[in-house]
Every structure is written in C-alpha cells, then in structure tokens.
Design a protein around this ligand. Sequence first.
Ligand SMILES: Cc1cc2nc3c(=O)[nH]c(=O)nc-3n(C[C@H](O)[C@H](O)[C@H](O)COP(=O)(O)O)c2cc1C
Length: 212
Amino acid sequence: MQNIGTGRGNTLIAIVYHSAYGHTRRQAEAVRSGVEDVDGAEALLVPVESVDQNWDRLTGAEALIFGTPTYMGAASAAFKAFQEATSGAVMSKGYLWKDKLAAGFTNSGAHAGDKLSTLIQLALFAAQHGMHWVNLDLPPGNNSASGSDADPNRLGFWLGAGAQSNTDEGPDTAPPDSDLATARHLGQRVAKTALQFARGRDAASAAVRAAS
Ligand SMILES: Cc1cc2nc3c(=O)[nH]c(=O)nc-3n(C[C@H](O)[C@H](O)[C@H](O)COP(=O)(O)O)c2cc1C
C-alpha cells in the first residue's frame, strides 16, 4: 500500500472518474497534471470501470478527487454505481475513507447544465464518508467587461471544478483550455492541502511521542 505521510514516500492523491465519450477524461487528466505539479504528491487516475482492482490503493490515498459528467442534472449512472459500491467496499468495512480529503469536478454540454447539482452530490457523498471537502478557491472568471471564455473558472463555480464541452466536438477539442486549466488548479490545490494535512498529522504524532 502507498505511504500517505511525508518522509516515507509521496502523498497519494487518487482521481476516480467516469467518462463515456472522453470529455470528462480530459478534465480528469488535467486534474492529474495539477497533482503532479506539486512536489511530494503522486497522482493515481482510476476510471470507475477499474475501481474493483483499486479499492486498496484508494484506501491508501490521502485525498480522493471525484469526477463525473453531468447527465440529466446529476452524476452519470456509472459514477452513481461506484458511489453505491462504496457502501459495501468502504463504509461497512469501518468507514475506511474517514478524515481523508475530497474534492470534485464535473463536465457537461451546456454552460450551466445543472452542474452545481452534481458538485453538491459529490460533496454530500464525501460527507457521508466523513471526508473533508476541499473547494476550488479560484475567483469566478468571465464576469466583467474585460473577461472572456479564456478565463480560468469561466463557469464560476466555487464548490469544485466545472467544464463545458460543446456537444458537436470530440474530446480532442473540448473542453477548452480554460476549463482544463481550472481542473489543473483543483489538482494543485488538493495536492497542496493534502501535504499540509499529512505534515500536520506527522508533526502532531511527533509532539505526542515527545510528550510521553
Ligand atoms: C444521458 C445524457 C444526459 C445528459 N445530461 C446533461 C445535462 O443534464 N446537462 C448538460 O449540460 N449536458 C448533459 N449531457 C451532455 C454531456 O454532459 C456532455 O456531452 C459531456 O461532455 C459528456 O461527457 P463525457 O464525454 O465525459 O461522457 C448529457 C448527455 C447524455 C448522454
């Protein structure tokens, strides 16, 4: 299993995602790039189709970032099946994800597209597991006379990263670079926060040992 502290190896950040047509996969890969930008962090990309081979690695991660397309104003059915599978594979085995960090991203065809509903669903899912939600922390873009679609966070989400893919474009050209930059920012933020948590836990343990 992957080490999750510091000084004993990299801090593992897992990205669990679904993508039927490849657009959300582009977003997931951008999140992975953001994680890899941070020294001491390591990314693991897990499509929901291969989650059964990765439960142990997910349990060894410091943070889990969830990603799904928005279908019918919610997470896709394949992602929902993964969520439900965690009841038996994670919760009933003793809340194995408690106190990990969590964050989320979603992509859809319309600019709004009811993506907020999906992000809320992901945050609730994390709360059910006793995880700590990490938000996007990027000011909303494209909200002024000088703004444009090239701005990071052009879709204006706070809870997680949003992306929009034109429905007549393939994943080679959609979502646009600004949405991929937003996703990359989320990966960086989660990785930095995970290192703070891991280092804080290590320091707290050392203080307890020194006092005893
Ligand atoms: C069944 C279905 C439902 C969809 N529902 C929505 C929706 O509620 N809002 C929206 O903006 N786009 C919706 N779309 C468009 C997808 O979100 C969009 O094509 C997205 O890029 C697909 O991501 P993927 O390539 O990762 O599967 C829907 C697409 C499908 C197939």
